[in-house]
Design a binder for this molecule. Sequence first.
Ligand SMILES: Nc1ncnc2c1ncn2[C@@H]1O[C@H](COP(=O)(O)OP(=O)(O)O)[C@@H](O)[C@H]1O
Ligand SMILES: [Mg+2]
Length: 221
Amino acid sequence: MIEVDDLWRVYQVGDQTIEAVRGIGLTVAEGEFVSIVGHSGSGKSTLLSMVGGLARPSRGTVRIGGVDLWSRGDAFRSEVRNGMIGFIFQFASLIPTLSTVENIALPHLFRADGSHKAVHEEARELLVRVGLGAKLDSFPNELSGGQQRRVAIARALINRPRVILADEPTGDLDERTEAEVMALLLAATREHKAAFLMVTHNMSIARAADRMLQMKDGILA
Ligand SMILES: Nc1ncnc2c1ncn2[C@@H]1O[C@H](COP(=O)(O)OP(=O)(O)O)[C@@H](O)[C@H]1O
Ligand SMILES: [Mg+2]
């Protein structure tokens, strides 16, 4: 489902060249959970952004479901992202002026197959599933860090993505919430036969994966 080949990302900052990702190859199958663990600055977020179609590789290919993500234009990539990829960012990045239901529904109000009502219904169901049934009309600033994180997960799962990408998904959470969040992501992975790729510096959640890889200085070990 995810195929990465010889992927590079080089940043040019003034006269300094930073090779953040250096020739990574990687595959994640349907229904498989792969974690990448590495210290801060090892290139994890850069790698995940390229796999998710958010940052252009300097070199190499990313295939999602056999489709070459970076070979075509932005409109095509948006389509793949909306249709196939659920991205959980390092920070929950919710829109402060929208309720939890609206935060989840918004990106999907424009899709062809659903009425506004159906999309809102789906958003509500997902929020109940992630344990936020009592917070449907709350705003992000009325939620704890863990609750905001769960909204972000519901937002990533609403289109039943074939690919789930998570960057430090439990970054600011206590251990119990961390376990809940991981259980949710794993259930979605198995249920939808999604390919789940997570990057983190947290060894204890990385160990839950089917395969755990280590990243160091832009390279997988
Ligand atoms: N936009 C950017 N411009 C310049 N350098 C960057 C940028 N993003 C990341 N880097 C550098 O690339 C390296 C990898 O960063 P990152 O992918 O964020 O690592 P990680 O997620 O593992 O902490 C670091 O040295 C970082 O400073
Ligand atoms: Mg990072």
